[in-house]
Design a binder for this molecule. Sequence first.
Ligand SMILES: [Zn+2]
Length: 465
Amino acid sequence: MAAGLKLYNTLTREKMAFEPIDKDNVRMYVCGPTVYDFAHIGNARPVIVFDVLFRLLRHIYGEDHVTYARNITDVDDKINARALRDYPDLPLNEAIAHVTRKTADQFHADVARLGCLEPTVEPRATDNIAQMISIIETLIAKGHAYVAAGEVLFDTRSMASYGQLSKRNLDEQQAGARIAVETHKKHPGDFVLWKLSSDNEPGWESPWGRGRPGWHIECSAMSRRYLGEIFDIHGGGLDLIFPHHENEIAQSCCANGTDVMANVWMHNGFVQVEGRKMSKSDGNFFTINELLEAETFGGRKWPGEVLRLAMLMTHYREPIDFSVKRLEEAERLLAKWPAMNIADFDPQTRPDPCVLEALHDDLNTVAAIQALHGLAGEAQANAEKRAVFAVSAALLGVLPQKAEVSDDLAAAVEALVAMRLEMLKAKNFAEADKIRDDLAAKGIQLKDGKDKETGERVTAWELKR
Ligand SMILES: [Zn+2]
């Protein structure tokens, strides 16, 4: 048994032993995508990182004892703008529905190819408007929010502990040159809970008129609905600490009368591409789909498992530099691992203790991958080790899948392999090599050996992705 799970908590800036509130229902919330455009490679990082944590929690507490909620933000001014641009002839609500459905479907397809499991629940903001209105009403009633100039605003000065996550105090924010002074706000740091909508903006009826929610209130409403007032883990990218997560804490704690919203706050580091901040104008902005489908990054397509492994080859709290070199490194590593199907192994098989120990140490995927790589060598020749390798790799979601081989394909390959052996016997090496290379191009790898009894040359083959 590995030592207990330790996680780094942004709230305390410390690695701490993880103790769930309820071992029978360990609850995790991760901020999901705003669905107006393809997800980029930076968006992929939290999805992959928290997928590994989800897998680990399921391993520790049991598959049915973990609830992972990841929302879909389907109301946002960027969505409106995209709907008006792409579907100018449709009524706005239909145009928005097209954009959000198409983008959410694309997101699901992309992250599935990165080997991510579906979360337990995936609430949409627009299905939770009533819950948001209810929280805003409570905040007003308790003196934590006020109405001004067609907006409901959270009164940051009403909360003594505001800034606990980002460790910013209100005076620092006031001094911050980037905060534009808006005269209707009591304090420059006050943020929008609800704003009125014009006719060409989506809106819902509320006590403050037809309007729409601010972004932060969505997560307070959806996490409370699906995970309760206090839950175990809240995750997201480093860029969400302030203001998004700080404001989620303010809304939830003030509305619910609790000291904390989630016990552990986890944040993954930034993603750079080829050593620079990703930016469309610099030409180093890549969507997940582009890496999978287009030949723009390093002039080729990349398999989802390569992208995933490359992402996990750096510890989640460190910044990561996504580069062609790194992807090639991940691909070389994967090629050395045996491909297999997890379904072929006894689910009771215990994962490798070194892999488990590494993951228990604040999700040290770097050490876990090293341990896995050591195991891969032994797994080639030993059935028991193969099973341990398979369940350990599955814990990281990086098990190379054994491709299905149809009977027709097998017969065709067998015939070519036999023909190549004839060529080798006849010392026609050029023809033999050509057959080998043609098969390799189709993903079929040959391995020559000697028959133990007859001493004759034999060739084994395997379909690699
Ligand atoms: Zn959120």
